[in-house]
Design a protein around this ligand. Structure first.
Ligand code: ADQ
Length: 468
């Protein structure tokens, strides 16, 4: 069997064999894929160094080999905080108003992709399957080809692909997208992002798309498809059985004192629609005063990307807005918004999801959104909660039985909360059953199998040797 080489911006070495602990779902999923296929996981260590040396820190823990490199301060600033998070992230989430274009970001992005290519190439054997992840590393495949690698290579984009009309606002967009043709397989979260990509290929690159998803541009043919990512259903339902989950369930239910909990869990990011969510919830409180003391919103939002100014701004706005809503509506024995800025272990989160009668997950744009799926996975089959989900999350294409809302509309959010409160148990069960089937079947194991299988089937194309 071929080895699998996973390459992503950051690498999080597995902390325990079963994947429990404070890791995100994706880290757990990738670690499990590597245990299954052997191979290694390559990426940035998260550390900064004075001078880039290309030194690879190889470690083996719990059946997974990781290989990490340190980056220079300037690399991190231009590649990670710059091009990845200040240019591509906002643009790909349809926020061209927030996207910054700075020449140094682009050159830093290219430089770090070259550094990745340079250091990982000697670790790769001819038969390895290479799986590159996300917007940080779009040109990496091309860089690897230029170093002579003929391996089968796939790229998976975890975030949306923007409509062509937005994409063209990126300086040198064509150059960037053309590098993607170096891969054999390109995966998107949903058909919608895939469609936007195909539209771009046809309109801007003059390519054609076969009905079976093979894209042709010049002499290159690439297989492009949607591979919706899922949660590790088994791992998550097992986490629910843990003492930590039981304790966090009790903790939330006890403190709720008979009131209903509306839960939101998101990285603190403008794409997650937190301000709009708070305003929608405020509209609910305004419209339905008699329900005011019967529920509360628990928003868990650990800060992310603190070195990027827009994230500081959103954090300030949310501090201010949650304070304002609480000041306006709270009473001595009731606070309408519990706004928490910390991360929790997966077991604890599972318990919180189970204890919450309603989940309010309203990103303005999201590649998939795993929190929505985790919430569904965590529900009690006899008495499940209601999922209110943004129609602009990739997950909405699969979770059609959620209450789908336009996250920009305060009234739609307010009305959905009312509907969730009043929803009869039979309807809750019916909707949940339909959703949990999807979450169970299209889980993260199915996702990685589908992607790796597509990669295995891709014929290694014959390419030129690198020019000396
Ligand atoms: P994210 O934007 O980070 O991921 P999401 O898919 O919701 O968004 O995943 C977040 C993960 O972090 C979930 O597993 C969640 O449980 C965990 N998490 C969030 N808040 C937490 C907290 N306070 N404590 C502990 N854990 C917390 C990107 C894309 C998404 C895509 C994923 C996977 O933006 O659209 O679904 O990658 O492809």
């Amino acid at each position: 069997m071929s080895r699998l080489i996973v390459i992503s911006n950051r690498v999080s070495p597995p902390k325990t064999e079963d994947g429990s602990g404070a890791q995100g779902g994706l880290a757990v999923a990738l670690a499990a894929a590597l245990r299954e296929y052997r191979g290694l996981w390559f990426g940035w260590s998260g550390r900064k160094t004075d001078k880039f040396t290309g030194h690879i820190d190889m470690q083996r823990a719990h059946g997974v080999t990781t290989a990490t490199i340190d980056l220079e301060e300037q690399d991190v600033e231009e590649y990670y905080n710059g091009y990845a998070n200040r240019t591509l992230w906002p643009l790909f989430h349809y926020r061209i108003d927030l996207a910054e274009y700075d020449r140094s970001f682009g050159s830093g992005y290219e430089r770090v992709n070259e550094r990745f290519a340079e250091t990982v190439t000697p670790l790769i054997e001819p038969d390895d399957l290479i799986w590159v992840h996300d917007y940080h590393l779009i040109p990496l495949g091309q860089q690897l080809r230029e170093r002579g690698l003929k391996n089968r290579m796939g790229f998976f984009l975890h975030i949306p692909w923007p409509p062509s009309r937005l994409m063209v606002s990126l300086p040198y967009h064509e150059k960037l997208v053309r590098t993607m043709l170096a891969y054999d397989v390109i995966g998107f979260q949903t058909e919608e992002w895939l469609e936007s990509f195909c539209h771009y290929v046809e309109r801007e690159l003059g390519g054609t798309v076969d009905p079976d998803g093979v894209i042709h541009v010049g002499d290159r043919s690439v297989h492009a498809a949607a591979y919706p990512i899922g949660v590790d259903f088994k791992e998550f339902t097992e986490a629910l059985e843990s003492d930590a989950a039981r304790e966090s369930f009790e903790r939330l239910r006890t403190s709720a004192a008979g009131r209903r909990t509306i839960i939101g869990v998101d990285r603190l990011d403008y794409s997650k629609g937190l301000e709009e969510r708070f305003l929608g919830y405020r509209r609910f409180l305004e419209k339905h005063p008699r329900y005011q003391r019967k529920l509360f919103l628990l928003q868990i939002a650990p800060p992310s990307r603190g070195e990027v100014a827009t994230y500081e701004v959103i954090r300030e706005h949310l501090d201010e807005l949650s304070g304002r809503i609480n000041g306006e509506f709270a009473d001595v024995d009731w606070v309408p918004v519990r706004y928490v800025n910390q991360g929790y272990r997966r077991e604890e989160l599972a318990g919180f999801y189970r204890a919450a009668e309603i989940a309010l997950i309203t990103p303005l744009r999201d590649g998939m959104n795993l929190v929505a799926k985790e919430y569904v996975a965590a529900q009690d089959p006899e008495d499940p909660g209601v999922l209110i989900l943004s129609r602009f999350a990739g997950a909405a294409l699969q979770l059609k039985d959620a209450l789908l809302v336009n996250p920009y509309s305060k009234d739609e959010i307010a009305d959905a909360i009312m509907r969730a409160i009043r929803m009869p148990k039979e309807e809750r069960i019916r909707r949940w059953k339909a959703m949990v089937e999807v979450v169970r079947q299209e889980d993260v194991v199915a996702w990685r199998h589908a992607f790796v299988e597509a990669l295995e089937k891709a014929r290694p194309p014959v390419r030129r040797e690198p020019t000396p």
